[in-house]
Ligand binder design. Structure first.
Ligand code: PRP
Ligand code: MN
Ligand code: MG
Length: 183
């Protein structure tokens, strides 16, 4: 057993539960695409772990690319402004794009990315998020597949960070309030 890191309050989703759900999502999404080969677009940095596991849980030969955006940076509250730090390398016109996110919190990041990608005329655009916070939002949080609905608490692990740390945890955990404040 990995001892719980200092700074963590409790494990919210353990490794086994995460892995089982990701495999299930992989099967469901594979069925949906059938013979079509999607282009998985991962949103760096948070989605890198989920993307790697999801891609391996999908049946068909597919391609992967990454975009890097940031709205939180070192902060724990969204700045409300999403910036593209790295764009896709190629046009996506005519592609079946599956956007892969780790979490929908305010919904602003996904809202912004949907808008940007839809303008590029993909054949289809679908969204999968591992986690979605259960909270009232100013923007609709539309996703075609969601791994887990979670309470509105600050979570880390499996790609998610606080100030860049904890992304490597194989589970999702709630951080102690003082860790969120950077003490
Ligand atoms: C986090 C997370 C999502 C986004 C969700 O990214 O990975 O991309 O915030 O929040 P929202 O729904 O309120 O927009 P962050 O900006 O922290 O960058 P990171 O992925 O590099 O950690
Ligand atoms: Mn992110
Ligand atoms: Mg972050």
């Amino acid at each position: 057993d990995i001892p719980l890191h200092r700074g963590l309050d409790r494990i919210l989703i353990d490794e086994e539960t995460l892995q089982a759900r990701v495999r299930e999502l992989g099967r469901e999404i594979s069925e949906y695409y059938g013979d079509r080969s999607p282009l998985l677009v991962g949103v760096l940095t948070g989605a890198f772990v989920f993307m790697a596991d999801l891609a391996r849980a999908m049946a068909m030969p597919l391609r992967v690319e990454f975009m890097a955006v940031s709205s939180y940076g070192q902060a724990t509250q969204t700045s409300g402004v999403v910036r593209i730090l790295k764009d896709l390398d190629r046009p996506i016109e005519g592609e079946h794009v599956l956007l892969v996110e780790d979490i929908i919190d305010s919904g602003l990041t996904l809202e912004y990315l949907i808008d940007v990608l839809q303008r590029r005329n993909p054949a289809s655009l679908r969204l999968v998020a591992l986690l979605r916070k259960n909270k009232p939002r100013s923007v609709p949080a539309r996703a075609d597949w969601v791994g887990f609905e979670i309470p509105d608490e600050f979570v880390v692990g499996y790609g998610l960070d606080v100030a860049g740390r904890y992304r490597n945890l194989p589970f999702v955990a709630v951080v102690k309030p003082d860790a969120v404040l950077g003490k």
